[in-house]
Design a protein around this ligand. Sequence first.
Ligand code: ADP
Ligand code: MN
Length: 252
Amino acid sequence: DKVQRQRDREFNEFRERLKNTEQFKVEQSVFDDATLAALYKLVQDGYVRAFGGPISSGKEATVYSALGDEERGEVAVKVYRINASDFRDMRDYLVGDPRFEELGGNKKRVVLAWVRKEFANLKRAQKAGVRVPDPIAVQRNVLVMEFLGTDGERAPTLDDAHLENPETAFEVVREYMRRLYDVGLVHGDLSEYNIIVHDGELCIIDLGQAVTIHHPNSGEFLTRDCANVASFFQRQGMDVRGDELEAWIREH
Ligand code: ADP
Ligand code: MN
């Protein structure tokens, strides 16, 4: 009908505009139609007003800067690639999570569950008092969240930041890990690369692979997170140990 045709026209215009945007022609990833439809829906729903350039391109997802609603200003848009994703590996992280059971072997469904899981994990972490990017919206394989940075410049990771006071930073990270554990979450990929220093605050990012403590490997993941964090702070000259950090998190 008429309304539908009008919608189709608008969508096609949107698609052409995005396809002609130089910034979206990163590596092989010109968006497929389903991803474009998800981006379009986010625009229609008012979460995004305009797209900026890529700020990071990882194995499974590309993160873009974008203009959010009036109130937000800049936002970060994380777009997962369904085809490039190593979904076997992803599926391993969904095991035992009562929120995401019965996905079976369907690659697309695994990736879409992964995005919803990242959104849910961000919400849960935020509620537990862990500073994370404020999750704004999720649409299919696209996650919109608060942009950590100023004037289009993303904030540095802990790895890149100049740390005035590593002792305080360590205490904050330790407390964040404890709070996550308290609400039944283990990050699973925690290191100086997934911690951002924004506005003098430490923020934890990249919670897609975070698992609940029901996961059969959650203990192993916690041990690995603790080892990564301890090793980073050792390189800052501190006397910290992964096993002691883990014991502290479990006991507090
Ligand atoms: P990946 O799975 O590719 O590691 P991340 O979620 O860690 O995905 O994001 C990759 C990079 O993008 C981060 O290291 C960070 O520099 C940047 N980034 C991610 N989320 C945000 C955000 N909300 N605000 C600003 N930069 C971000
Ligand atoms: Mn990351």
